[in-house]
Design a protein. Structure first.
Length: 86
């Protein structure tokens, strides 16, 4: 997400009453890096500019696919059973 303060806006926009009434920061940010299992690896980063870095183990992708594989869950007999009633 973006971190935005009033001083990043052009001077002519700062004259608008709608913008003058708003508190700083206009957008608090909240950027984060989340692994495939939904756990935070870095961040969230609020109320400041910054860059987040993280190393994600590729094994986490494999583990996450055991929880839910959107492209192939129909092939797993423990998740999907196809039955046809004639």
């Amino acid at each position: 997400n973006q971190f935005v303060t009033k001083d990043t806006y052009p001077a002519d926009l700062l004259q608008l009453p709608e913008l003058q009434q708003r508190r700083d920061p206009l957008c608090r940010g909240g950027s984060a890096i989340v692994d495939p299992l939904g756990n935070y690896v870095a961040g969230p980063l609020y109320d400041e500019e910054g860059v987040l870095f993280a190393q994600l183990p590729l094994q986490k992708i494999v583990e996450a696919r055991f929880d839910f594989d959107p492209a192939g869950h129909y092939q797993r007999e423990d998740v999907f059973v196809f039955q046809l009633k004639e």
